[in-house]
Design a protein around this ligand. Sequence first.
Ligand code: AMP
Ligand code: MN
Ligand code: MN
Length: 331
Amino acid sequence: MSDYRGSLEEAARFMRKHDRFLIISHVNPDGDTTSSALATALMLEELGKTYVIVNEGETPAKFGFLPRFEHIRNLSTDVVDETFSAVIAVDAADSRRMGDVRHLFSSDAVLLNIDHHPTNDRFGHTNVIRTDAAATAEIMFELMEAGGFTCTNELAVCVYTGLLTDTGGFRYSNTSPNVMEIAAKLLRYGVKPGEIAERCLEEITLEHVQILRRSLQSLRLTHNKLVASLRVTHQDLVETGASSEDASGLVNYGRNIEGVEVGLSFVETEPGVVKVSFRARNQVDVSRIAKSLGGGGHAKAAGCTMKGSIDEIEQQVHTKLSEDLGVAADE
Ligand code: AMP
Ligand code: MN
Ligand code: MN
């Protein structure tokens, strides 16, 4: 813990020492990485520093209420014609999760890695890692306190959103006393919990419902009904007009079925590229399986992206699960 405290202070010194920063949120950005990137931006603003925030792709429009959201550059459409010597990555478990950003690093670039994934491989020059934090946003709050930053309403909105989304609305087992205490403090800064929950958790797109309807037809129970798998082919996405973001959350329908230990979703985001999501109850640490397949995450929520046909990938994942569950897929 004292190492962690020391790393928070080192991070604050890093923010004071440099003038211009590159802030990176992870690929397929979620509420935690987006909020943590924007919280970083707000703290840098307080120091009078300048920054560019990037994501390899598009950040979901539902996070548009977050302060400075409009500053996030999408590297698949926007050209960033500059290199940076001070880089901050948030909520990225390994360097590949930053996406294709190397061209933005100067040769002397120093990297601050702020994250909470147990699979984090400490890829930064400075690493602020607390694997029992529910969200990177929880670490951002602690950085705010350790660095003497001001808790404004805007900063509170960012931190609260990261906590809310990574705890599934304060429901998952990572919802600790510390999370609830921080959330309570943030409400005193004028955060509107109902409005943020509506935007982040309740509101869904019509395309999400259309892709849900299709994917439920693909539901398959294997491993003596301990594993529930759903799939979305690229053709499903094209025919419903859904984006891969519209397909997020499907994995929970399988996992939530009574008696199921592991929920899986296989989403073919591009022809031959499949994003696999894992959600576990108690028996299996899915971060280990995801990591062995080139991804990572947490014990109960993990993911990886694989190349090949959905059939082959599903079979490969099922075989890995058979080892952990001690049950063959076809039982
Ligand atoms: P998802 O299924 O995309 O919601 O991801 C669940 C968890 O696994 C999140 O904590 C992600 O950060 C993590 N995760 C997903 N995909 C990857 C990946 N390719 N590499 C490392 N971590 C991942
Ligand atoms: Mn994340
Ligand atoms: Mn996170």
